[in-house]
Design a protein around this ligand. Structure first.
Ligand SMILES: CC(C)(COP(=O)(O)OP(=O)(O)OC[C@H]1O[C@@H](n2cnc3c(N)ncnc32)[C@H](O)[C@@H]1OP(=O)(O)O)[C@@H](O)C(=O)NCCC(=O)NCCS
Length: 194
């Protein structure tokens, strides 16, 4: 892993995603070179992505998959306490999961999602949540749609625009990693939508 900031380098697994080396890295410790690689991957994978390594705000940490010295995949993760109805839950939020074109369909996204699920269990999180327009890779890996209306802080280009209140995003997906069932009621994201 180039640059400082590798929190933990996972065992190199020879699964169907090949010999990618997956690391979990604290966002604050990602140096300029690696940050540039992350930005390039995000811009290649998401048309219209802004000229930076995050969409609204930087995530708290990322999973990075390297193959042959090249960044092949990335997944940002938010550590977010949210409120669902009257229940406060601890969540990890998946942000901007992407795999470079030439490495797709070999289980790399599945591997990153599995690593995060295991880490969430270790950390005693309640849920791993995300917002997805295309649910395929997530339904395959244990996420389910949740129809709760959501409130969040709207941000555009580093400017707070106000609040979106009780909106049906149509894209919220949740996976329980503890014993608790996903609660009913409005979701207050206590921050921006990721
Ligand atoms: C979605 C994505 C991360 C999957 O990565 P991957 O390593 O190929 O995933 P896996 O090999 O574990 O699983 C592949 C499955 O993901 C699903 N998938 C494909 N494109 C997808 C997409 N844009 N969104 C969600 N799921 C997708 C398909 O079911 C695919 O199965 P197939 O290979 O039989 O067609 C990758 O296609 C990608 O980076 N797409 C562009 C960015 C993007 O849309 N990210 C999702 C943001 S919500």
């Amino acid at each position: 892993m180039p640059g400082a900031g590798t929190v933990r380098e996972m065992a190199q697994e020879h699964d169907s995603s090949g010999a990618a080396t997956v690391s979990r890295v604290a966002e604050a410790e990602i140096g300029p070179d690696l940050r540039q690689q992350v930005q390039a991957l995000l811009q290649a994978c998401f048309p219209g992505y802004p000229s930076r390594s995050y969409f609204k705000l930087p995530p708290h940490f990322r999973y990075l998959a390297m193959t042959g010295g090249e960044l092949a995949a990335q997944m940002g993760v938010e550590l977010r306490v949210i409120r669902v109805g009257s229940t406060v839950v601890r969540t990890f939020g998946v942000v901007d999961l992407c795999v470079m074109k030439s490495a797709r369909s070999h289980g790399l996204a599945r591997r990153l999602l599995a690593e995060l699920t295991e880490f969430a269990r270790v950390c005693g999180m309640d849920f791993v949540i995300l917002f997805a327009d295309d649910d395929r890779v997530y339904t395959r890996n244990g996420w389910a749609h949740a129809a709760n209306p959501c409130t969040w802080m709207k941000i555009h280009d580093h400017t707070t625009m106000g609040l979106a209140r009780a909106a049906d995003t149509g894209s919220l997906m949740v996976k329980a990693v503890g014993p608790q069932a996903w609660p009913q009621g409005e979701v207050d994201l206590l921050g921006h939508l990721f």
